[in-house]
Design a protein around this ligand. Structure first.
Ligand SMILES: NC(=O)c1ccc[n+]([C@@H]2O[C@H](COP(=O)([O-])OP(=O)(O)OC[C@H]3O[C@@H](n4cnc5c(N)ncnc54)[C@H](OP(=O)(O)O)[C@@H]3O)[C@@H](O)[C@H]2O)c1
Length: 325
């Protein structure tokens, strides 16, 4: 049973262990206007998540080309009381290819400021609980970003700031100019994306490829009370029944074991996949991206169980496809 205090709860009282990721809302990644179907879907998802005890919703201005935020905002406009029951987080800083240039990242003052205004308008809210900078921009001017975030905060548009896909070094650098704490770092982490765990155990082994992360990011976040949020946490359903037919032995064996644990703990397999993250002492906050209402409920059950050390390691080793060094 998970009952540790989340780092994010320092800033957002009683925030839930599991977050709902809204990337699947709003229909397709196109410029078609949203329809009643997408608004109904958003309402169903919001109500199901809240009923299941999930009270933080993760957006980004780019999701389905702003339509995820639009659909969510329409629900809040017709049921404003829902806002009191939830925390809302969004992200900015990614720009798609347009007439001005290729797909790119943009932490300029203008882009961040106008993005925040657009997010608030689409979501129909006065203030975001958390704004994440979506992906590090190599052209970031440290003082410019800091000044911009301070202004947005002073204007009451954003309560807290965080980052996404950043290394500990990058967060440290940004934090050096900010008078406000960086409260979260959202990174890809799951039973199939093990870099952050491999980082810990592979020290001194030959030929270890550190993958996509900079070692020490997890430790940096933990030392600084920064919430680690895990995107891609359901591994896109890789370890559901279809995993038994995978061409990869490690996926087949992992799926088999996920199912054994699901039977042992009497929970759906989604709960086991998430319990793998919850067992870690960093108190990771998984951000689930399913739009399936039953899977939302199934995911919430992850907080009702705690895997043993041996079960955690069996999942880790099977998914790695390699014994511990
Ligand atoms: N910060 C970043 O750079 C970043 C990047 C990507 C995503 N995110 C955030 O993280 C959230 C989650 O990420 P994600 O959507 O990539 O990962 P996810 O939660 O691992 O996967 C969700 C996808 O997997 C499918 N799925 C999950 N469990 C399944 C199962 N048991 N059987 C069949 N299909 C299953 C879902 O389909 P159904 O809808 O049909 O269940 C959905 O398409 C997003 O919504 C977004 O908020 C952040």
């Amino acid at each position: 049973m998970t009952n540790k205090t989340l780092p994010l709860a320092t800033h957002l009282k009683d925030v839930s262990q599991i977050a709902y990721g809204c990337m699947g809302l709003g229909g397709g990644w196109d410029s078609n206007p949203i329809t009643d179907t997408e608004i109904t879907q958003a309402r169903n998802v919001i109500e199901t998540a809240l009923d299941a005890g999930i009270n933080i919703f993760d957006h980004a201005d780019i999701y389905t080309h702003t339509k995820a935020e639009q659909a969510f905002g329409k629900v809040l406009a017709s049921s404003p009381a829902l806002r009191d029951d939830m925390y809302i987080q969004s992200k900015c800083g990614i720009r798609f290819e347009d007439e001005m240039g290729v797909g790119r990242y943009d932490f300029s003052a203008n882009w961040i400021s106008q993005s925040v205004d657009g997010i608030l308008e689409r979501l129909n809210i006065e203030q975001l609980d958390v704004l994440l900078l979506h992906r590090p921009d190599p052209l970031m001017e440290l003082d410019e970003v800091a000044e911009t975030l301070h202004k947005i905060h002073a204007a009451g548009k954003v309560a807290h700031f965080g980052v996404s896909n950043m290394s500990g070094h990058q967060i440290n650098f940004l934090q050096s100019a900010l008078n406000l704490p960086i409260v979260a770092n959202q990174v890809e982490m799951s039973l199939s994306k093990l870099d952050f765990f491999n980082d810990v155990v592979m020290v001194g082994t030959e030929g270890f490829n550190q993958g996509d992360i900079t070692p020490g990011t997890m430790e940096y976040c933990r030392l600084n009370n920064i919430q680690i949020q895990a995107w891609g946490c359901l591994a896109q359903g890789k370890y559901s029944e279809k995993g038994l037919d995978s061409e990869f032995e490690n996926v087949r064996l992992t799926t088999q074991y996920v199912m054994e644990l699901a039977a042992k703990y009497q929970v759906p397999s989604e709960a086991i996949v998430l319990a793998f993250l919850l067992r870690h002492p960093a108190n990771i906050q998984p951000v689930i991206g399913t739009t399936n209402l039953e899977r939302i409920k199934a995911s919430a059950l992850a907080t009702t169980i705690e895997l043993t050390r041996e079960e955690w390691y069996t999942l880790f080793v099977r998914s790695r496809g390699q014994r511990m060094p």
